[in-house]
Ligand binder design. Structure first.
Ligand code: GAP
Length: 670
């Protein structure tokens, strides 16, 4: 889940910074010290993505732009399928979730209320030479000999000028107490370069000279060089080897201006998450959709974060898509008042879940009125894992990571991250891939709606007639117990926001009184998934190299993308055996046209049939239909109007009647 630090600072340019001369020089001589570690499998996957049109670098013809990616023809289909399945599963197949499509730019107060303006920052460090930034917690340790300098004198300054400058500064200091730098005809900034063992010191000195030239010293004479051996230091930039600046916060929101004037009042942000629009529109949605708590609002859309170090292909991008659900629930005190008690989350046992059908089928685990936040949270964790299983990511590729209490945001009661074991994930001590976050499922209490209530001055409460009716039947001791618990929770929230104690207590008392009238701010469970990370996970999981026979039956290696048919970009490819036989071509086109209204079909008549199969294997097309002379009835009437249906994974070919093709394929892709 999002990391929160309490500060704000400006944004950095996202374009590739110009390469550092020294790094280029080192690369040219083959002496670059910190070559990035490569992952062979990831390289193959990235290369396939470009070759087959899944993912392209954004603005590639201009050298690309770091952290931005485009989806090619196959990638666009794959992404669309995944988003559509999520949408169908989360909204259309449920009675209790409705959709929303909000704008990317919203009122800036939304980001004040959510905490993003003040706290959505990563701690980062900067290379003072290249200006490249790295996340403070992600600096790879390096060893070598550190060459340190306390500053540089400018030898281009004539001795007479130097004396005059020093004199003038002495006078200034005496007159005005202005602190002046110790070297007035040079630069007093310190500089340090970590030289790998065995490399010539000139490299360090060259970098130092470049650093001081950048600071206006025309002809630097390096001062006070001293060296020290460092082991596993995390203070140096992994590429430039220059000592990093101290960590400072870096707000991740992209800033822009709304309207013709670039003024403070016009500042707006590209949304860093889709969730806040859901909270901001909560009242409108509940009033127009005839939903009652518990219910959810789902949204799919773009989000933008000026990540310090975009990396691992599309995994950490600066523009990406999210699929988020805010599922609003009653506070536990209301559940207890209505049902007498709150059901334990243990009700949602694995046993229960394993017997359910998987995939995009409706769940057979029915939510119960007795569920409090814990049961709802567990329910959504299971629902989301079931979704991943249903699109081809087996449970053993996923990790369910329950955040430790010290990792939780102050308002969160529990957060589960669903991780996928990417090829680039770190390994634990047993050598097992540990996984990277695909989705976070957080029980966020009533924090979000309460914040918007506070900042907008508009009530975010609901009236719950069931609660009001139930309350009147409870005895006084139950009233007291429930109100006490509710009062304490509200007081905790209000004091965290910085309200003075007296005011917070008054407000919390009012809130507890309102509970007795059936009025409360709903709590929320938030399953928040990244589309692009999921696409990358699906691509990584689908990638496979195996052996297949060529035209002459000789085995050759093939790359096959084993996408689940539900998400495969193309569902079926249709091939006439030969393109110069008009009867075959005509029949194949007839088959294509019969299937096309129901699924994505690719028609291919070019090249040997084996090569056509291979192309579709790489695209991940699960089925291939070949129209041959048997189809035309040339070998006998019993095979007339039948085709061969080839399975991508088993490579088995079965003879199927054209009339049976559609139902057979539909059964497999749904
Ligand atoms: N509303 C909660 C929220 O935004 P998050 O953990 O910051 O929580 C949710 O983001 C999901 O969005 C992540 O699990 C991840 O899949 C995706 N995501 C976040 N930052 C991303 C980035 N820079 N690039 C790609 N996906 C990202």
């Amino acid at each position: 889940m999002i990391e929160i630090h309490r500060v704000f600072c400006n944004l950095a340019c996202g374009l590739h910074p110009p390469s550092l001369d020294i790094a280029v020089a080192l690369k040219k001589t083959g002496r670059l010290m910190a070559e990035p570690k490569t992952n062979e499998l990831m390289e193959k996957i990235v290369s396939l993505c470009k070759r087959r049109g899944f993912v392209f670098q954004s603005s590639e013809i201009y050298g690309g732009i770091n952290g931005f990616w485009d989806y090619g023809p196959l990638g666009a289909e794959l992404k669309r399928n995944v988003k559509e399945l999520w949408w169908n599963t989360m909204t259309r197949q449920r009675d209790d979730v409705v959709g929303l499509e909000a704008t990317i730019i919203m009122h800036p107060q939304i980001w004040k209320a959510s905490g993003h303006v003040d706290t959505f920052a990563d701690m980062m460090r900067e290379c003072p030479l290249t200006k490249k930034r790295v996340r403070a917690d992600q600096v790879e340790p390096q060893s070598g000999i550190a060459y340190n300098y306390s500053g540089a004198e400018d030898t281009s300054v004539e001795p007479d000028t130097k004396t005059a400058v020093l004199l003038e500064e002495k006078l200034r200091r005496e007159e005005s107490n202005i602190p002046i730098p110790p070297i007035s005809t040079g630069c007093a900034d310190s500089f340090s370069f970590l030289l790998p063992a065995g490399k010539p010191p000139e490299l360090a000195r060259k970098a130092a000279v470049e650093f001081y030239v950048q600071r206006g010293v025309k002809k630097p004479k390096l001062l006070d060089e001293f060296t020290e051996r460092l082991e596993d230091s995390s203070d140096y930039h992994p590429e430039s080897r220059v000592k990093l600046s101290p960590p400072r916060p870096f707000n991740l929101m992209f800033k822009t201006y709304v309207g013709p004037v670039e003024s403070e009042e016009g500042i707006a942000y590209l949304r860093p998450e889709t969730a806040q629009a859901i909270f901001a529109q909560f009242k409108n949605v509940i009033e127009t959709s005839r939903q009652k708590v518990p219910f959810g609002i789902a949204q799919v859309g773009k989000a933008f974060r000026n990540e310090v170090t975009p990396r691992n292909f599309t995994f950490r991008s600066r523009e990406f898509e999210q699929m988020e659900l805010e599922f609003f629930i009653k506070p536990d005190e209301a559940v207890e008042a209505i049902c007498g008690n709150v059901a334990s989350a243990a009700l949602i046992s694995n046993e229960n879940i394993q017997h359910r059908t998987s995939g995009s089928q409706p769940s057979t685990l029915n939510p119960q009125p007795k569920w409090g936040w814990e049961a709802w949270h567990k329910y959504w964790v299971e629902e989301r894992i079931r979704f991943y299983e249903g699109i081809g990511l087996p449970r053993n590729t996923l990790v369910e990571y329950w955040q430790k209490p010290e990792e939780l945001a102050h308002y969160a009661r529990a957060t589960v991250d669903i991780l996928f074991k990417f090829p680039f994930s770190k390994r634990d001590e047993k050598g097992e891939l540990m996984g990277e976050e695909l989705e976070g499922i957080a029980a966020r209490s009533d924090f979000d709606l309460s914040q918007h209530q506070r900042f907008s001055g508009k009530p975010m409460t609901v009236f719950d007639d069931e609660l009001k009716a139930a309350w009147s039947k409870l005895d006084a001791s139950k009233h007291r117990a429930l109100q006490k618990s509710y009062f304490e929770a509200r007081l905790k929230y209000l004091t965290k926001t910085g309200e003075p104690v007296e005011k917070a207590e008054k407000q919390a008392r009012e809130d507890a009184d309102n509970l007795a009238k059936g009025i409360y701010v709903p709590h929320v469970i938030e399953p928040s998934a990244g589309v692009d990370r999921l696409i990358l996970a699906l691509i990584c999981h689908a990638y496979c190299e195996d052996q297949a026979p060529d035209e002459k039956g000789k085995m050759e290696s093939r790359v096959v993308m084993r996408f689940h048919p539900r998400i495969a970009p193309i569902k079926v490819a249709v091939f006439p055996l030969l393109k110069n036989k008009p009867e075959l071509v005509q029949k194949a086109k007839e088959v294509r046209d019969r299937l096309r209204p129901h699924m994505t079909v690719f028609y291919d008549e070019a090249g040997a049939i084996g090569r056509r199969y291979r192309r579709q294997d790489e695209a991940g097309t699960p089925f291939g239909v070949t129209i041959d002379f048997d189809t035309l009835g040339e070998k006998g009437p019993e095979l007339k109007d039948t085709v061969t249906l080839r399975d991508r994974d088993t490579m088995q070919q079965t003879r199927v009647k054209i009339d049976d093709l559609l139902p057979r394929l539909l059964e497999k892709i749904r």
